[in-house]
Design a protein around this ligand. Structure first.
Ligand SMILES: C[S@@+](CC[C@H](N)C(=O)[O-])C[C@H]1O[C@@H](n2cnc3c(N)ncnc32)[C@H](O)[C@@H]1O
Length: 312
């Protein structure tokens, strides 16, 4: 690396890059291109332990420039102006300090739908997309499916089911008023506010009807393991969305204790569970009068979804 390259990088990190230094008697001026800034940010993130350093650099830059990622590849030599660099720099610093990328960009994609996301709710995960796909696989051809999403958070599951099922009737509850506000914003953003009823409820406390599908991704991390989570999770995502009590299974069991009473005949429950909770939760569910209790693996081969039905 040349002296000038080192100099540019130091200046970028300290927030004073991209100026011409004529005032100070320098004749140095550098224009950063898309490719150069991506390479630099990737290395910077790598050094900071960000796992998908290149991808995240691209996502942050695309967000800053308000373009799709593909356009970064189409214009690698596009120069960035001062304003763009000044907008980009604080985001890079935020990400380096552990703020999740999705909270910085304020956006996440769930089953191809665009959702707003911030620290009012958990960032929806790929495993949850897989659970939602599983439900769609079973119920896509039915009309008027009545769905209850317990602990809706950002609204991800409820919104995806409302979008992809045929004229469904979706109710989504959460005990966090802040999460419910975000979920409602997301329903509006996806033009589905009329299709989903949002309700403040402590699991079933404000629920009185029966449903064909009851789905939940409840908190399932054992309390003692919260500290072991990656900093970007434990320091930024809501603890109430993660903490599953001493064994991690408190909320799952809480739901299973009551769920049969809220399922329609032939209805099914889908619960996302922790990677090592399958055996225990399957036995627990079978003891709650549910039939066809089974575990479904996620794409990593981990027992991730508990499924059971009401009736023969
Ligand atoms: C793991 S997050 C899931 C969020 C979203 N469904 C998703 O999959 O991305 C769990 C959610 O359950 C909610 N929650 C926790 N305890 C609850 C309770 N007793 N009653 C209702 N909601 C609860 C939290 O506020 C949080 O939004």
């Amino acid at each position: 690396m040349t002296f000038l390259q080192c100099y540019d990088i130091l200046k970028f990190a300290s927030g004073t890059a991209y100026k011409t230094y004529e005032d100070e008697g320098y004749i140095l001026s550098k224009t950063w291109t898309v490719k150069e800034i991506l390479d630099w940010t990737r290395d910077y993130f790598k050094g900071a332990g960000v796992e998908r350093s290149r991808l995240e650099a691209e996502q942050l830059l695309a967000h800053t420039l308000d373009v799709d990622r593909i356009q970064l590849y189409m214009n690698p030599d596009r120069p960035l102006d001062d304003k763009e660099l000044n907008n980009f720099r604080p985001l890079v610093k935020e990400r380096k300090s552990g703020q999740p990328l999705q909270y910085i960009t304020g956006q996440v994609s769930f089953m191809g739908l665009s959702l707003k996301i911030d620290n009012r709710a958990l960032i929806p995960r790929p495993e949850t997309e897989e659970m939602t796909e599983e439900i769609l696989g079973e119920f896509r051809d039915y009309e008027d499916v009545k769905v209850l999403d317990l602990g809706t958070g950002s609204g991800a599951i409820a919104i995806a089911l409302a979008r992809f099922l045929v004229e469904p009737n979706v109710t989504a509850i959460d005990n966090s008023p802040e999460a419910l506000e975000l979920a409602k914003e997301n329903a509006r953003r996806n033009d589905l506010e009329k299709e989903i009823e949002f309700r403040h409820s402590n699991w079933f406390s404000e629920v009185s009807e029966n449903y064909d599908v009851i789905v939940s991704n409840p908190p399932y991390v054992p309390s003692a393991k919260l500290e072991e989570l990656k900093e970007e999770i434990k320091d930024h995502e809501p603890t109430e969305a993660l903490d599953g009590g001493e064994e991690g299974t408190r909320e799952i069991k809480n739901i299973l204790d009551q769920v049969e009473g809220y399922l329609s005949e032939g209805g099914a429950v889908f619960l996302e569970i922790g990677h090592d909770q399958g055996g225990e939760i399957k036995n627990y569910a079978a003891a709650q009068n549910l039939s066809e209790v089974r575990l479904i693996e996620d794409s990593q081969g981990t027992d991730r979804i508990l499924c059971g039905s009401k009736g023969a």
